[in-house]
Ligand binder design. Structure first.
Ligand code: F6P
Length: 474
């Protein structure tokens, strides 16, 4: 009997291919998911299926890419420009992303985008079917592929299918606004196991399944026709050791020394996100303004290092937000700067691992205040990087990670006054208190790291499949 394969499917592959001077370059992703799953997809005949990040029309080039990826256990789904425009920038990021993050006013409901979403999910399905055997394990990731589990199930009824949602699942009152709400739920229910970061997301999903499709659940177990579907929460962790070790790396130390010299005599607050309206970046900048007005003694003594990583640059709201942030930073720096001090150090680009690691270890405060976030891993990376356990995390209650990191200073990201108070509390917090809080959080993050997250999901997937087999034997 052939060995069972595990196939990971996500919109993006853990590598991005680019065309530079006529040559193809392969850039591996350093993200948490890629790290956590590398122990899975690189084994045996396992593989990862996804979009390689470039448009390719020539068959010879597609063959070359396919061959190269195959050597590293990956298989590409080639998308056209139209697919990317309508499926990725379109239904995924103009409909689902805003709706699932409670930005209902941004969500667009266009039939053409929905059709593209279905079409591209089918493309992914076709590629999965090229490789998957009838009893293989298939783990689908995230909101771009919500229809894929049932598309695969239709063709491979016995396959073991897991699905993990990396972004929030909204409450029923929000979800029901979606014209294609039934199809989306049916698509997800093709899985054997559906995972969310938090208990609340899981509860919201189950409530929609019950109220829209009429399927009730017992302890997260949904019975649909002759199938059992388990729904559960699995808070995603980070590669703790990578960040803890990273701070001792000579390249990090070199950058750390440079930052310390440049920002000497100053307390540093860091803010690191993709450019996204869900992250609360404008609210954070407003809080900085009020903070300097209310506590002028900190002028010249505290600065914000604001890293905003370019994202979804072709989507209107992202372009508009970029302009607003540029304006606000310019205005704040114009208002408060001195010859020898700048309040906001603004970087519109991504940082290397060592750059981030140096910033995490040198910053006194991390200000992570998303208006809504599935999990947020930056706050976990900050805590893991604090070898001396000194530093304060200000964290939004609306981030999934707030459920685990209760020792952070938790704030409502819409309450600017509360953010200002939290900044003052963070900058004046006694060291013993910082150490005590961070020690607690570090212990949790060490235990529930990314590897444990993968194991827990896979173990649970096996358990559901056993329950399903028992049900069929009865
Ligand atoms: O948080 C959801 C997510 O899709 C992540 O998986 C991904 O890292 C991030 O958003 C950015 O996504 P993209 O650049 O593919 O739109």
């Amino acid at each position: 009997m052939p060995e069972k394969k595990i196939i990971i499917v996500s919109n993006r592959l853990p590598v991005t291919i680019q065309r530079e001077d006529g040559n193809l370059t392969f850039k591996p992703s350093a993200g948490g998911l890629a790290t956590g799953l590398s122990s899975v997809y690189r084994q045996g005949n396992n593989l990862w299926i996804g979009w390689p990040g470039l448009y390719s029309q020539q068959e010879a080039e597609k063959d070359l890419i396919t061959q190269n990826l195959r050597n590293d256990h990956m298989a590409p789904v080639f998308l056209t420009e139209e697919d990317v425009h309508e499926f990725y920038e379109g239904f995924s990021n103009k409909t689902l992303w805003p709706l699932f993050h409670y930005f209902t006013e941004y969500a667009q409901y266009q039939q053409v985008l929905w059709e593209a979403y279905e079409r591209v999910n089918r493309k992914f399905c076709a590629q999965v079917l090229q490789y998957a055997g009838p009893d293989d394990v298939i783990w689908v990731h995230d909101y771009q592929l919500l229809l894929l589990p049932s598309m695969i199930r239709e063709k491979l009824p016995n396959a073991t299918i897991g699905f993990f949602q990396h972004i929030p699942f909204p409450s029923f009152e929000i979800f029901r606004l979606l014209p294609w709400r039934k199809q989306i739920l049916e698509g997800m229910l093709g899985s054997d196991l559906i995972g969310f970061h938090t208990y609340d997301d899981m509860r919201h999903f189950l409530s929609s399944v019950s109220r829209i499709l009429g399927h009730n659940n017992t302890m997260g177990l949904v019975k649909k026709e002759n199938r059992l579907i388990q729904v559960d929460s699995f808070p995603m962790g980070i590669d703790y050791e990578k960040f803890a070790r990273g701070t001792k790396d000579p390249q990090t130390i070199e950058k750390y020394k440079r930052y310390e010299k440049l920002l000497s005599d100053q307390k540093v607050i860091i803010s690191i996100d993709r450019l996204d309206y869900s992250k609360g970046i404008k609210q954070r900048l407003k809080a900085m303004d009020i903070f300097f007005t209310r506590y002028p003694e900190y002028i010249g003594k505290v600065s914000l290092v604001l890293i905003v990583v370019p994202s979804r640059v072709k989507v209107d709201q992202y372009q508009a937000l970029k302009e607003e942030i540029d304006t606000m930073v310019g205005w704040l720096n114009g208002k408060y700067s001195r010859m020898d001090w700048t309040p906001i150090h603004y970087f519109y680009r991504s940082f290397s691992f060592h750059g981030l690691s140096a910033l995490y270890s040198s910053a006194e405060v991390a200000l992570i205040t998303p208006l809504r976030d599935g999990m947020n891993l930056v706050c976990k990376e900050f805590i893991a990087s604090k070898l001396d356990k000194k530093g304060v995390l200000i964290l939004s209650e609306m981030a999934g990670s707030a459920k685990e990191l209760s020792e952070a200073i938790l704030v409502n990201p819409n309450d600017i006054q509360q953010i200002v108070d939290a900044m003052y509390q963070a900058l004046t917090m006694p060291e013993e208190e910082q150490i005590a809080r961070n020690e607690e959080m570090q212990n949790k993050l060490k235990r529930y790291n990314i590897h444990r997250w993968v194991e827990m999901f896979m173990e649970q997937l096996e358990i559901v499949k056993q329950k399903q087999t028992e049900l069929e034997l009865r």
